[in-house]
Design a protein around this ligand. Structure first.
Ligand code: ACO
Length: 507
């Protein structure tokens, strides 16, 4: 079924909008089976109908339509009136919190045997899969808040564990709550020797993210009690274990990759200080984390702690929805993060900067990206942000602080030149492609002498608190069900089984 709509002004005139605003018009163009009218259309700048300039979408409403005109009711009713032009039937669908329920469309049927209308949304680009109180993003304005607190304030004033508490439990902790939370986490930082042995079993050059994912998954073999996902006390225990143990797993993964012996956790240090020590301590009898690096990592961890329904978090929720144990769900979330279009973009950015080499080579590289001849400009673009990613601004400032300690990195010059040229280029401007969180974070990790292959692991450690917060929210949400989308079947109709002798190679 094809969909079209109109802005039902009293005289049925659609005010033209700039072409750039017509972002979602393509799928609807040339279609007129279904007319959708709603006062939301007028207000929502992303709505297909309100901003589409394509004349095929402009179809005056005849006076015989069974649903009310915009003028008479639009400002008073929070509903969507739908006429199915296949049958002439009309429907009124509630709009709540800016959304219609997909299941409300199921009643729209072409005939008694029809399954009912579905929505088709590859990549879930316009589908809210949950209601969530954790993270707020306004991608047009470049706003990010955890539980209502602006990311800029948290990055400037909070610690990672304090922010993790906020994300998981919904409130900033009191001094007493924070002390207890820090103790609860540090109590769980040790890794069972089975997991240490598992990490040591992998080839020295195994990608650290593959090792990390395997180690996370294997935690479920040590903690079978984690399957009791309906028990709140048990869930809290697993949350503490997960946040604590990911740092140790990440550090051991790195040390195995480097061929170094493991260093056990030190609970006299902060979460970040201990992590730095487990990662970088060599033969010193005492290890003092560099305060600038500790602060920088603290900021990076806060910025990466959560980002609402991204690919990895969605994976956590999808797996968690089957009531699998949280370690298995988290291994799936980490695997989703591993992809270069998601959390491994920071690794790809570093490789791209190294390949470009010097600022002089930037214009030629940008031309290749625009012609689609090579890869994309990694670290640019975002599904949600159509403005500067607020995290990127903070990371850029943090990188400058780090370089004062570690010395200047020439790749920063390449990155700055890439950003300067791209932000002046119509290709990137018209598509609203801005630097994202991954554009500068790799430079900080490189300044800490980490190999690019470790960057996504450095992302996964702090993202753990976001994953567990969404897992808890999912399990306590009475509306949630096992995640099981629909499909539009495009394969062959029923056919008879062919004996081997009658088969031919399909062309
Ligand atoms: N470089 C060049 N062109 C790009 C880029 C880019 N980085 N990103 C998007 N575009 C172009 C696309 O080619 C497309 O152009 P077209 O309309 O002419 O076909 C248009 O911009 C829209 O792109 P989509 O892929 O439809 O946007 P989507 O929202 O699906 O993708 C994504 C978002 C995956 C982040 C994309 O921008 C990208 O691949 N960026 C590079 C990888 C990256 O940095 N990922 C990290 C994201 S942050 C995170 O996950 C932690």
């Amino acid at each position: 079924m094809r969909v079209s709509g109109k802005w039902a002004t009293p005289d049925s005139i659609i005010t033209p909008a700039p072409k750039s605003a017509c972002l979602r018009s393509t799928a609807a163009c040339g279609c007129d089976d279904l007319v959708i009218v709603s006062h939301k259309v007028v207000r929502n700048k992303h709505n297909i109908a309100a901003f589409c300039n394509n004349p095929c979408l402009i179809r005056p409403l005849g006076s015989g339509h069974a649903f009310p005109s915009f003028r008479s009711t639009a400002m008073s009713k929070h509903t969507l009136s739908v006429v199915d032009n296949r049958t002439g039937a009309s429907y009124e669908i509630p709009i709540v919190e800016g959304a219609v329920r997909a299941m409300d469309l199921r009643q729209i049927k072409a005939g008694p045997d029809d399954f009912g209308l579905m929505t088709y949304d590859p990549g879930l680009t316009n589908t809210a899969s949950t209601r969530s109180a954790i993270t707020y993003i306004d991608g047009d304005q470049g706003i990010l808040r955890y539980r209502g607190y602006p990311i800029e304030q948290l990055a400037a004033q909070s610690t990672y564990l304090e922010t993790a508490y906020l994300i998981v439990f919904g409130q900033l902790p009191t001094a007493e709550q924070l002390t207890k939370w820090e103790q609860d986490i540090s109590r769980h930082t040790l890794l069972h020797t089975n997991i240490q042995n598992l990490i040591a079993t992998f080839r020295y050059n195994a990608h650290p993210m593959s090792v990390f994912i395997s180690a996370i998954a294997s935690l479920s073999t040590l903690y079978p009690d984690a399957r009791k996902v309906t028990d709140p006390t048990n869930r809290r225990l697993q949350v503490e274990r997960m946040i604590a143990k990911v740092a140790t797993i990440a550090a051991f993964t790195y040390r195995h990759n480097q061929g170094w012996p493991f260093y056990y956790p030190d609970d006299s240090l902060s979460y970040i200080g201990n992590f730095l020590k487990m990662m970088f301590r060599m033969t010193e009898s005492t290890y003092e984390p560099d305060p600038v690096l500790e602060r920088a990592l603290n900021v990076l961890f806060i910025l990466h702690a959560d980002h609402e329904q991204n690919c990895g978090t969605n994976a956590m929720r999808v797996i968690g929805s089957s009531q699998a144990d949280p370690y298995s769900a988290m291994a799936g979330a980490a695997a989703a993060l591993y992809g270069p279009l998601h959390g491994a973009a920071n690794e790809a950015v570093l490789r791209m900067l190294e390949e470009i080499g010097t600022p002089e080579n930037v214009p030629a590289f940008i031309e290749r990206v625009k012609k689609g001849e090579g890869e994309r400009l990694m670290g640019f673009g975002h599904r949600i942000y159509k403005n500067y990613d607020p995290r990127c601004r903070i990371i850029k400032a943090t990188a400058e602080e780090v370089f004062k300690v570690t010395g200047h990195n020439k790749l920063l010059d390449v990155a700055l030149e890439l950003e300067r040229i791209a932000l002046q280029d119509d290709y990137f401007v018209s598509r609203k492609l801005y630097p994202n969180v991954d554009f500068y974070s790799g430079l900080i990790y490189r300044a800490m002498k980490l190999p690019a292959s470790m960057f996504t692991v450095m992302f996964a450690v702090p993202r753990t608190c976001g994953w567990v917060a969404h897992w808890l929210e999912l399990l306590t949400d009475s509306e949630q069900k096992i995640s099981r989308p629909r499909q539009i079947y495009t394969g062959p109709d029923v056919r008879e089984y062919l004996p081997m002798g009658e088969r031919q190679i399909a062309s």
